[in-house]
Ligand binder design. Structure first.
Ligand code: 3HC
Length: 687
């Protein structure tokens, strides 16, 4: 065994040179790895007794890509292109042996090998688009030459991972070898290449062609999905270049567009989000030494929309669920909705009928709380009423087995008060799912004063198990997400009272990158949530709309008018109601500029985020960003509200808040933390 450097070894097995990379956690292409690969290939090529070269990785995965943490820094060591040139022009066959994931630069390394073998569990992909980038090491030119333009478009603009079997069918992988036997399989493959004198295949020499219509159709079909993002279009242009230009010319296009993206604000934000999401898993006082509790069965109280959606998460992960409702009819309805959701997914081909039945078989219903006695985790998902919740938790205290986690799905109530209804507040935690609970990725995990560390660690782990991003937050009204949202809502309402129309506010936020603005959102959710006909007194615009039976999309009208296809149109009726309110209040409606709408809705949220940090209700600013991206549709290419504030500069946010405070009062009073950071020339990232 010869060590090439601290992360690379070279050995010869007979006439096969084996280069092994071992750079935990994911063998990313850091300068050290590039140097190791470069020197390893050089040595193997120069070794007269080596006839073929296998590249394999130790640890959990093949190379998972460029080292994202190195972007933006000064480059040192061998470049990836140096490594690739050596490999592709090697006079001896090079075989990449893939396990885990060959992603981004990792796949681009594999694509300059003459052959690729993989174990069945391996996956390959070019996920750069998710970092606001494109594959910058020839991937945009090589992938289409193997899989064709259409598949390359799909893979590169979605960043999806393709399993070994499918990759084999596409020609991306030459042979799938037995699981656990990658090294032997790759060496055997190399020997066969030598024995059969197979050619040194270079992907760059292949041809690819496509009708220009393919690109036009693809752009059109995905316009909505790509809205606001720069990277998908750049990826598409590179594939066009692969089709229309010689390889080296295509590479130049790739380089130029890559440089534009990697130096741009969107990619900086998306790379930040990549690390922020992983950072959110780290709880300073709950380290890996804290033991987690086994969660083998879950009880859910409430079979409504929330309870049903929550249950589906666990069923999808293979964890049995028992749902408890008060009335048989409500229970049947709830279970029926879950079945219908699964059936619909099956109809779309995303689930087999067998899977539907398996999931439904793991679901049971009951009318008795006492049936939850053997559950490891019980989640209460009834409506937001403190007395009812306390009553349920007092009962659970008597029913649940010792050590069971008792969770509330409350979206703003005081978890400590709920916990006080039990004799075991250490077992109580908030698990705030976002609607639709089986779809939205965010899980706010609310730590009470007395919540135990194992309960926190278990909840964080559980979030991962069910495919969510768990963010630990503290107890305060609305926690992180809804607390900040309420600032935006207040400003949205105030702006309308002062002369903006709902569609003006919505347009500005939509253009900023949100999937929809607050008024369109209200129409979608239903204006009558929390509204009652008996108590309604025409005191707000929303009440008047509800009284007129304009309750949102479901009634064909709300703030907007809707046609039969649910397309929204600004409504003269709403406009009139707004004008009447203004007249009654004696306000003189004024023209409100888009900048003011944006600043008042977004900067007040940022200000609230600063207060949340001051009070220690979020561990770090990036956790707040993860909440907003995964729970509220904040555009990922703007990195979340706190990152956005840093990117435009805290002095600017501070100055505008002070400007509005002078005009409109203390709703805009800057948080002390914001003042302090701005004064010190720092950002939230420096906390
Ligand atoms: N660079 C630097 N660090 C990376 C990394 C990368 N490409 N990929 C993963 N890591 C780090 C993570 O930050 C994490 O660090 P931590 O333990 O300190 O938090 C650690 O590796 C483990 O990562 P995960 O927690 O994500 O582990 P999983 O097992 O859940 O997932 C993975 C593994 C599927 C490889 C996932 O990490 C992943 O998707 N990584 C990014 C892949 C990617 O985007 N590659 C393209 C990079 S850009 C590029 O290659 C440009 C090129 O075209 C020139």
């Amino acid at each position: 065994m010869a060590a090439i450097n601290s992360v690379t070894d070279l050995v010869r097995e007979g006439d096969i040179a084996v280069i092994t990379l071992n750079s935990p956690p994911v063998n990313a292409l850091s300068s050290n790895v590039r140097d190791g690969l470069h020197d390893g290939f050089k040595a193997a090529i120069e070794d007269p007794d080596a006839k073929a070269i296998v590249l394999i990785c130790d640890g959990r995965t093949f190379i998972a890509g460029a080292d994202i943490s190195e972007f933006g820094g000064a480059s040192k060591g061998a470049s990836l292109f140096d490594v690739q040139n050596l490999m592709e022009n090697s006079p001896k066959p090079v075989i990449a042996a893939i396990h885990g994931t060959a992603l981004g630069g990792g796949l681009e390394v594999a694509l300059v090998a003459h052959y690729r073998v993989a174990v069945p569990s391996a996956k390959v992909g070019l996920p750069e688009v998710n970092l606001g980038l494109l594959p910058g090491a020839g991937g945009t030119q090589r992938l289409p030459r193997i899989v064709g333009a259409q598949k390359a478009l799909e893979m590169m603009t979605s960043g999806s991972h393709v399993g070994a079997k499918a990759a084999n069918a596409m020609g991306l992988v030459d042979e799938v070898v037995e699981e656990g036997k990658l090294r032997e399989g790759a060496i055997a493959f190399a020997k066969r290449v030598l024995a059969e004198n197979l050619p040194l295949k270079k992907v760059r020499d292949r041809e690819v062609s496509a009708d220009p219509q393919v690109f036009a159709d693809f752009r059109k079909a995905n316009a909505r999905k790509f809205r606001g993002f720069k990277a998908p279009e750049s990826n598409i242009q590179c594939i066009e270049a692969a089709v229309n230009l010689p390889f080296d010319e295509g590479l130049k296009v790739e380089r130029q567009l890559f440089m534009e993206l990697v130096t741009g604000a969107q990619s900086a934000a998306q790379r930040y989000v990549f690390f922020a999401e992983r950072q959110a898993n780290k709880i300073p006082d709950v380290g890996p030494e804290v033991e987690t509790l086994p969660i083998k069965s879950v009880g859910v109280i409430g079979a409504g929309t929330m309870g049903g959606g929550i249950s589906m998460n666990f069923l999808n992960a293979g964890i049995p669920v028992k749902i408890v409702e008060m009335k048989q009819e409500a229970l049947d309805r709830g279970l029926g909705v879950i079945r219908k959701n699964y059936e619909n997914t099956a109809k779309k081909g995303r689930l087999t009928q067998d899977d539907v039945e398996k999931r439904m078989a793991a679901l049971s219903g009951s009318l008795e709380l006492s049936d939850l006695a053997d559950c490891d985790l019980i989640i209460e998902a009834v409506f937001e009423n403190m007395e009812i919740k306390k009553d349920i938790f007092a009962k659970l205290d008597k029913i649940a087995k010792p050590g069971a986690i008792l969770a509330s799905n409350t979206s703003y109530l005081n978890v400590d008060e709920i916990a006080s209804a039990t004799s075991r507040p250490e077992s109580v935690i908030g698990l705030h799912f976002f609607s639709p609970a089986n779809v939205m990725r965010l899980l706010e995990i609310v730590r009470g004063d007395k919540t135990s560390k194992p309960v926190i660690a278990t909840s964080m782990k559980l979030a991962k198990t069910i495919g969510k991003v768990g963010v630990l937050v503290g107890v305060c009204p609305g926690f992180v997400g809804n607390r900040m949202l309420s600032q935006r809502q207040q400003q949205a309402q105030a702006l309308v009272a002062e002369g903006a129309m709902p569609w003006d506010v919505d347009r500005v936020l939509y253009d900023f990158g949100f999937p929809m603005g607050p008024f369109a959102m209200s129409d979608l959710a239903g204006l009558d949530i929390g509204w009652s006909a008996e108590k309604s007194s025409s005191s707000t615009i929303r009440e008047v709309l509800c009284e007129m039976d304009r309750r949102g999309q479901k009634t064909g009208a709300g703030y907007y008018d809707y046609d039969e296809n649910r397309n929204a149109k600004p409504s003269p009726v709403t406009e009139k109601i707004i004008q009447d309110f203004a007249a009654k209040a004696g306000t003189n409606p004024r023209k409100i500029e888009d900048d003011e709408i944006l600043e008042r809705t977004i900067f007040t949220m940022i200000n609230e985020g600063a207060k949340i940090l001051e009070e220690g209700k979020a561990i770090r600013a990036s956790d707040i960003d993860i909440v907003w991206i995964n729970g509220y549709g904040w555009p990922v290419y703007r990195g979340g509200p706190m990152h956005y504030a840093d990117s435009i500069g805290l002095p600017k946010v501070l100055e505008r808040l002070k400007h509005y405070q002078a005009q409109m009062g203390d709703a805009f009073k800057p948080a002390a933390l914001l003042e302090k950071l701005a004064g010190e020339g720092k950002g939230f990232k420096d906390l």
